[in-house]
Design a protein around this ligand. Structure first.
Ligand code: SF4
Ligand code: SF4
Length: 480
């Protein structure tokens, strides 16, 4: 099956229950953002720019659990910011599992191996030595880390940890192969780390998924290679969604990169071109979601936005109308459902009810529409059932050629900073002080946030001042 039976049955049961009760609007997936702090500053990410990224601004654990309970969504996607920075992430996962929810931890992958080492340290016994050796042989843990795991103390053993569970997925953000991904996340080496983390997770028995945003520049062939490569790593499923022009990100693009939004985000027409083969991909790869949504992406039908089915809760409350757009925050989920004028949003028969919705075809607005039967066409239910309960596509074979195509960036010396490095190594740039600025940036710094040391304008605050200064100096060096 594409999606484990117990999980599919839970979601189907939830929909049927509300259909029988004739509930007009209900939650399918809660997008829970316990914090907005992140260790990366990805191009196009509105979160780290729209909200405070101060570690003090967090949703308390009890509140996180209470809102999941309040909206009763069977699935919770813990996102952010980077959720693995949330100090109570382990307790949050444990609490949500106790509530019987399906959990996705949407992570950029950088801290995943650390969290899995914590798990190993908590459960280690000599019986696990073979597993540890496997990780050592694959260079997924170092000899020093293995020793720490073997000699874990009482504190490490008592720590609440994120354990493998059929109800939980690591959902790793991957936007392309190495060069593209590292460029989008604006840091070299992140793709490689994601791959290592996925490999480690699979050895330890975790379920893994990936989520991909498609941008204007995204190459369709590269996407196929990416899915093929991820499939060869035995990733359990993929979410894919078009990128979208929305205020916070738009402002950032114009200000920081000197780009126009239409240079970067997809219009509806372009989305349909990019996703023309989505149904074919759905047959070859374990793409999560409904075939109805895939038809919508491919331009074969229209759907009406059901953003209320994937509500977002964050430090300011229930965010309306959707994950992307903010017209207000509400204290209660039912209050939001009642007070928001939902018929002001979305695109109906090709006409945008709100101009900001014009180019939107995102997963969080339209995938639930496919599952809930909005714009129902005969046979849709059977189509969705067959897709989700049908056979899972076979994993791709990991060939050397595929792996070579995947690692097409920093691994072969073609990182996105390569050009910058070359520029600053020129004698002229050196005279302008670019080298000094670059070495400062490259100094090792702590991403753990354990010390709360993110208020210094460094990595994790979303403050890109240092990099912007560096790029300005490089540009200056090139001119002279
Ligand atoms: S990983 Fe990137 S996209 Fe995700 S919150 Fe951090 S900066 Fe934003
Ligand atoms: S169409 Fe729906 S999901 Fe998209 S921006 Fe509008 S309200 Fe949000």
């Amino acid at each position: 099956m594409r999606f484990p039976f117990a999980l599919s049955a839970k979601i189907a049961g939830h929909i049927i229950k509300h259909k029988l009760r004739k509930t007009p609007k209900f939650a399918m997936v809660l997008q829970l953002e316990p914090l907005h702090t992140c260790n990366l500053t990805c191009t196009g990410c509105g979160r780290i720019r729209e909200y405070s990224t101060n570690l003090k601004d967090m949703v308390p654990l009890e509140k996180c659990l209470a809102v999941a309970d309040e909206c009763e969504a069977p699935m919770v996607s813990i996102c952010g910011g980077e959720p693995l920075i949330y100090p109570k992430i382990e307790e949050l996962v444990a609490g949500l599992l106790q509530q019987g929810r399906i959990i996705y931890i949407c992570t950029n992958g950088v801290f995943m191996r650390k969290k899995m080492r914590d798990y190993l340290a908590a459960v280690y016994s000599p019986a696990m030595e073979a597993k540890l050796q496997e990780l050592l042989n694959a260079e997924l843990v170092t000899a020093k880390e293995a020793e720490v795991i073997r000699k874990s103390d009482a504190a490490a053993r008592q720590k609440v940890v994120i354990r493998p569970s059929q109800w939980m997925y690591w959902n790793v953000h991957v936007d392309g192969l190495e060069f593209t991904h590292d460029l989008i996340v604006e840091r070299e080496g992140v793709f490689k780390e994601c791959v290592l983390a996925i490999k480690m997770a699979k050895i330890l028995g975790y379920q893994t998924a990936t989520n991909t945003t498609v941008y204007k520049e995204t190459d369709v062939q590269e996407l196929e290679d990416m899915f093929g490569f991820l499939s060869s790593l035995n990733v359990d499923g993929h979410t894919i969604s078009p990128g979208y022009e929305y205020d916070a990100a738009k402002k950032d693009m114009v200000k920081r990169l000197g780009k126009q939004p239409e240079d970067f985000f997809l219009t509806r027409k372009m989305t349909r071109q990019k996703f023309a083969r989505i149904q074919e991909w759905g047959e070859k790869f374990t793409i999560f979601g409904t075939p109805v949504y895939q038809e919508f992406l491919a331009g074969k039908r229209e759907l009406t936005c059901t953003a209320w089915a994937i509500p977002t809760y964050n430090i300011k409350g229930w965010k309306a109308p959707c994950y992307l757009m903010t017209d207000g925050h509400y204290d209660g989920f039912q209050e939001m459902l009642t007070k928001v004028q939902w018929d002001k949003y979305g695109v109906v028969d090709g006409v945008a009810r709100d101009p900001r919705c014009e180019n939107c075809m995102v997963h969080c607005g339209y995938d639930p529409s496919g599952a809930l039967g909005t714009n129902y066409q005969r046979g849709d239910n059977w189509k969705n059932f067959k897709y989700n309960f049908g056979a899972k596509p076979k994993p791709f074979t990991a060939t050397a050629a595929l792996t070579q195509r995947a690692f097409n960036g920093v691994t072969i010396g073609k990182g996105h900073l390569a050009e910058a490095k070359a520029a600053i190594n020129s004698p002229r740039a050196a005279m302008n002080g670019a080298q000094a600025a670059f070495s400062r940036k490259a100094e090792p710094h702590d991403h753990s946030h354990a010390s709360g040391g993110t208020a210094n304008g460094g990595c994790g605050t979303g403050d890109t001042t240092q990099r912007d200064e560096l790029l300005a100096k490089i540009a200056e060096g090139k001119k002279t």
